[in-house]
Structures are given as structure tokens and as C-alpha cells.
Write a protein that binds this ligand. Structure first.
Ligand SMILES: CC(C)(COP(=O)(O)OP(=O)(O)OC[C@H]1O[C@@H](n2cnc3c(N)ncnc32)[C@H](O)[C@@H]1OP(=O)(O)O)[C@@H](O)C(=O)NCCC(=O)NCCS
Length: 266
């Protein structure tokens, strides 16, 4: 029988073991990140006193975001994944969410089948890229004058402009090591780019630009917040904005593609 319980700091080793099953191009989050940020928002599935699954989720206003779902290889197809998703849905509803979402690789048949069975549908594709900081100067220059905003004064406009989830930037601002970099057109104050940059990962988990040539000034605005030893900028692009070709032409490498799925919570 599978039991669910809140995650604890001491679950880190089990979490790291399960994280490897995701096939992500990054190493597991650090013990500190698990303790401070992820464990308080995670649920562990336990069977016969052994951890067999984990679900890490966030709530953005009316949207529940399943960030990580993974079950132990030895326990697959025995209902653990569905149980964790049902629990997430219950928690999201209790928090007032009306929809939920997540990201999944297109070729991950077990996961895509599970999510589609829960009425989730693809809304867009995403590409995770990396580019050397030294290559940023090779990106096309923008002829638009922009100014950088780091505080929350344009968050609502930014979320609406770039189809981010309502409340997403506000939650990101509460998390350790995050910098929200927004670019405004200097003359009109129109929001033209945003990055949600996690210094410790390090990656801009959201990187959205109104035009490909804005990738360069956005990366230049992130750079002062990067750790000195990190040689690469990593980012997750939203497909419709067309910056991927410019980044790849400048030497960027696509590390992974994912689908973004959204479903009603009813
Ligand atoms: C995706 C994953 C979480 C599913 O967990 P699970 O514990 O095996 O899931 P369940 O046993 O509850 O199965 C739930 C449903 O998923 C689907 N599913 C699971 N495995 C499947 C497979 N091999 N082929 C097709 N569908 C599958 C089915 O719809 C299944 O329902 P059913 O058994 O009633 O037909 C698990 O395979 C996993 O951890 N994979 C590696 C990590 C990963 O890819 N995580 C998701 C990242 S977005």
C-alpha cells in the first residue's frame, strides 16, 4: 500500500536518486536547494518504508504547477504516479487553483499518457538552451533602447504580455537566489522581455523576448547577476518568440525540448 507524506530535509538522498530517473541534462539540485525551496513543497510516496516517488509542486494564484513527478523504476505502473498526481490536484483545488500545468518531453510516453488521461493538453513547446557568456556578443544587436527593471512594478503587465501564469513572478521573487529581470522599451515603458533567473542553478527558467534581437540585451542584463565562475548562460525559451535560431546561430546549444501541458482542475 502506498502512503503519501510531506517531504523532509532528510529525504534528500532519496530525492537525488529519483531525480536521476528524470534524465534531465542537469545535476540534481543541491542539498541546500532541496532543504530551503523544494522539500517544503514536495510530497513523498512511501511503500514498505521505502521512498518510491516524489512530487514537487508550486501554486501561482489560480494555477498549480507540477514541477517534478517521478516514481522509482521498481514501482512503476503500480499506481504511484497517478496517486501523486491525484494528491497534487486535491492540494491545488484546496489552494483555489482552477487549472494545473507541467512540462514533459514529447517522447516520454508513460508521462504524456498519464497527463493526457488527466485532461491535460499541450499549449506550447519549450527549448532549454545553453550559450557561453562569451558568445553573447555574437547575437544580433537590438536597435531598441531598453531599460532594466528588477523590482515588481511591472510584474502584472509582464505576466500578461508573455503568457506567464498569473502570480508566477511574485512567487519566484520569494524563492532564494532568484532575480527577475524585465526589459522595458525606454520610450514607451512597454514590456519587451523578461527572464526569471536562478543564480544557483544557474538558469533562466523563463526567458521571453518580444523579438529575437532582444535576447542579447536580456542576457547582458542578466550577466551581472551570474556567479563569476559560471561560463555559460542557460535558459528555457518559449517557442513562439523565435529567439532560438538567433541563439543557435551565435553558438547556443539546444539541450532539451519539452511540451507545456495545461488542464482544468474542475
Ligand atoms: C511518468 C511516471 C511518473 C509514471 O509513474 P507510474 O508510477 O508508473 O504511474 P502509474 O502506475 O500511476 O500509471 C498511471 C498512468 O500512466 C500511464 N503510464 C504509465 N506507464 C506507462 C507506460 N509504460 N506506457 C504507457 N502509459 C503508461 C498510464 O496511463 C497509467 O495508467 P494505467 O496504468 O491505468 O493505464 C514514471 O514513469 C516515471 O517516474 N518516469 C521517469 C520520470 C519521468 O519521466 N517523470 C515525468 C517527467 S514530466
Amino acid at each position: 500500500m502506498t502512503q503519501l507524506r510531506p517531504a523532509r530535509e532528510a529525504d534528500y538522498d532519496d530525492f537525488a536518486r529519483l531525480f536521476a530517473e528524470l534524465g534531465a541534462p542537469d545535476p540534481p539540485p543541491t542539498r541546500d536547494k532541496w532543504r530551503d525551496e523544494m522539500a517544503p513543497a514536495s510530497v513523498m510516496a512511501v511503500r514498505d518504508e521505502r521512498v518510491v516517488g516524489c512530487c514537487y509542486a508550486q501554486v501561482f494564484d489560480d494555477t498549480g504547477y507540477v514541477r517534478i513527478l517521478v516514481t522509482d523504476a521498481s514501482a512503476r505502473r503500480t499506481g504511484v504516479g497517478r496517486t501523486l498526481m491525484a494528491n497534487a490536484a486535491t492540494s491545488f483545488r484546496a489552494a483555489g487553483c482552477t487549472k494545473w500545468c507541467l512540462n514533459v518531453r514529447p517522447d516520454n510516453v508513460p508521462a504524456v499518457t498519464l497527463y493526457r488521461s488527466l485532461d491535460m493538453e499541450v499549449t506550447h513547446t519549450r527549448a532549454a538552451l545553453a550559450i557561453d557568456w562569451a558568445a553573447v556578443e555574437r547575437l544580433p544587436a537590438s536597435d531598441r533602447d531598453t531599460r532594466v527593471v528588477l523590482d515588481a512594478s511591472f510584474d502584472a503587465q509582464t505576466e500578461a504580455r508573455f503568457s506567464l501564469h498569473r502570480g508566477q513572478l511574485g512567487v519566484a521573487r520569494t524563492l532564494p537566489g532568484r532575480v527577475i529581470v524585465t526589459l522595458l522599451a525606454a520610450t514607451s515603458d512597454e514590456v519587451v522581455a523578461v527572464a526569471v533567473f536562478d543564480r544557483s542553478f544557474p538558469c533562466a527558467a523563463e526567458f521571453r523576448v518580444a523579438a529575437p534581437e532582444l535576447a542579447r540585451p536580456l542576457l547582458q542584463a542578466i550577466r551581472p547577476h551570474a556567479r563569476p565562475g559560471d561560463l555559460q548562460a542557460k535558459m528555457v525559451l518559449f517557442d513562439r518568440e523565435g529567439a532560438e535560431a538567433a541563439l543557435v546561430a551565435a553558438g547556443g546549444v539546444v539541450r532539451m525540448r519539452t511540451l507545456h501541458l495545461v488542464g482544468p482542475l474542475g
